[in-house]
Design a binder for this molecule. Sequence first.
Ligand SMILES: Nc1ncnc2c1ncn2[C@@H]1O[C@H](COP(=O)(O)OP(=O)(O)OP(=O)(O)O)[C@@H](O)[C@H]1O
Length: 302
Amino acid sequence: MITTHALTKRFGRTVAVDAVDLRVREGDRYGFLGPNGSGKTTLVRMLLGLVYASSGEIEVLGRPMPRRAAEVLPQVGALVEGPGAYAHLSGRRNLVLLDAAGGGARRSRRARIEEALDRVGLAAVDQRPVKAYSLGMRQRLGLAAALLGRPRLLVLDEPTNGLDPQGIKEIRDLLVELNAHGTTVFLSSHLLAEVEQLCTRVGIVDRGRLVLEDDLAVLREPTGRVLVATPDVAQAAAVLDGRLESRAGEALVVRHDDPAALNARLVAAGVRVHAIRAERRTLEQVVLEVTGTGSDRFGVPP
Ligand SMILES: Nc1ncnc2c1ncn2[C@@H]1O[C@H](COP(=O)(O)OP(=O)(O)OP(=O)(O)O)[C@@H](O)[C@H]1O
């Protein structure tokens, strides 16, 4: 759906995007994750033909961008940095103008607009002008605009900016639902938790470079260690016979890849097991490993 090769953008001496090879497949919910200033917005703008690359190649929906933008963009819904809207007009009126500009069939326009407003939770919105909207409402309106053409691909730059936790959850549910019906979702975010909860694939960008790209399921595969909680620590250590990696109070870390078998062995030896599970890395740990810097550079959700 999206492929880039050695994609680079320089602003004077600043290399905002540095030789990025991106691969977004059909059906992905792809999280492009990086701290503020790491080049996410610049990359998203290049994908959409809003900014020219300094060098490198881009394909969106199998076609080179920006050369084939006229064919590609009608199939892409985009929400980039602060949705633009005419502030003195209502949300509906804005969508009418956008839909007309996008060449949507006139007869079905009203239905299309009501469906888009409904999807983003703005169905009950009245005639108030957009300038009276909260930031969250504007963000939803931007998303409704992105959905008007029933796109195959959604490209969203920080789509939950300005939304409260309930609003964030609604947008997440909506994106999962659209994805289940075949829409590929590419979103940029500086929020670890947002990407971890929503995405199936993640690209981590640090100072313009893509430092890791993989499926979340792969990144979160069991580490080969099992976490055990037991009050019978000494007894457990004897049974575990050199496999005990560390302990803190009643929490043990054991080198083992089968929690069920380990549990059976401990219980058979009379060790009480209060909890047991395979260890998996969190996305935060993955980010720490590949960026080598504190995850405090990444935002935490409100
Ligand atoms: N038009 C521009 N002129 C000069 N420098 C720019 C321009 N746009 C972006 N930059 C620089 O490029 C780098 C990447 O910026 P970009 O906005 O793409 O990052 P970002 O990850 O989207 O951050 P944020 O989430 O804060 O928007 C920054 O150092 C920024 O200052």
